[in-house]
Design a protein around this ligand. Sequence first.
Ligand code: SF4
Ligand code: SF4
Length: 454
Amino acid sequence: MVDATWGTGEAPRDVLGPVKAEPAFDDDHPPRKDLIADCVHCGFCLPTCPTYVLWGAEADSPRGRIYLMNEGVGGEPLSDSMVEHFDRCLGCMSCVTACPSGVRYDRLIEDTRAQIERRHTRTPKDRALRAAIFALFPYPKRLRLLRGPLRAYQISGLQSLVARTGLLARLAPTLATLDSLAPRLRSVPRPPRRIPARGRRRAVVGMLTGCVQSAFFPDVNSATVRVLAAEGCEVLIPPAQGCCGALSVHNGRKEEAKRFARRLIALFEKTGMDYFVVNAAGCGSSLKEYDELLADDPAYASRAKAFTAKVRDLAELLAELGPVATRHPLDVTVAYHDACHLAHAQGIRAQPRALLRGIPGLTLKEIADPEICCGSAGVWNVLNPEPAAQLGDRKAADVLATGASVLVTANPGCLMQVAAGIRRQGGAIALAHTAQVLDASIRDLGAGALVSGR
Ligand code: SF4
Ligand code: SF4
């Protein structure tokens, strides 16, 4: 029977009765019912969820999102509002740490996001923004091409002029967010492919240089290499590593993430490394899940498992090996910020603190509400500039309240996000990765080397 609205420009209607909408999820790894059923609705996760803290709405809490997933597996369609609540999740995993029932929200949201990316049609504006983000951020070479123009923009004074007018924020909030996040760029030579251990060799370590890390924080990579070598590690850095896939997997682009993962495994398994070290928390948490990501791939499942077993965050590896290099005093007060993907996703809190406390003269301050995300969350701050700035401002105020002169963390996204919040509040604090603090101590550079960038 022909639909009477056909060719009239009106929305089609089913003349045989109401159209049964497609259920939210298909059979390709929907959020698992058994994992959903683990949630006993106690609500312990609510106060640790940044979106619940911001808006106080049940649907923007972990419990509310699990409820929506349950609706979806029960056959409800994937509505725009459902997608919005899932999109608003930062993936910070604070709820995973807080949950007394051990609910695997990380698995649930990852599977949900992959379904959304395959089955939901986004608005043209959202599609264009996401296409631009994923054509740029996972490609270190493309990011490095931005360094020259960005440096010229910063040192010419144009950036300050643009900020003073406030025009960019009004006309293009996403660009304004990117502008506010961009770190001050410095020229640093790239580390060689192989760096010998200093003294007795204790381990052979493959190192991820990362996308944002290598393009915008090359000094963090240089410090990481020096610290590893000083601690007796031979460091191997094969060129053309590409992306680890963290950004893709955290945004539901599973097939893209798998391609990146296979490439990285194939490149590094030839090196004969004992460990694979990562200095960016977001990357580390994804690398530790390569075994799950590639579990269905017969050619890579066992290789991914072997690779995953070797992955270590820098602080984790240094704590495991124990210090051999002499620590020289650093007379400085630092505030340590827990990157969500280090603390919540990898459970690494004690090791960086122990490494910092091991430096004579250094005073370590804790930041209030450490479990609440700073709002960076991969590209969440680019996709959601306003709430991200609110979270960034909260974190910046808590950081400034410590009175520390250096903020230390282990994720490039957090460094950029908190720095932007601090600038908005007219504050000043130097920023450093844990590796840079250790490097300054081992090389006896004094506290001035850390606080000079303030
Ligand atoms: S991952 Fe973070 S933002 Fe998402 S539900 Fe859990 S606590 Fe909330
Ligand atoms: S804490 Fe765990 S069990 Fe309780 S509501 Fe949150 S996810 Fe569910």
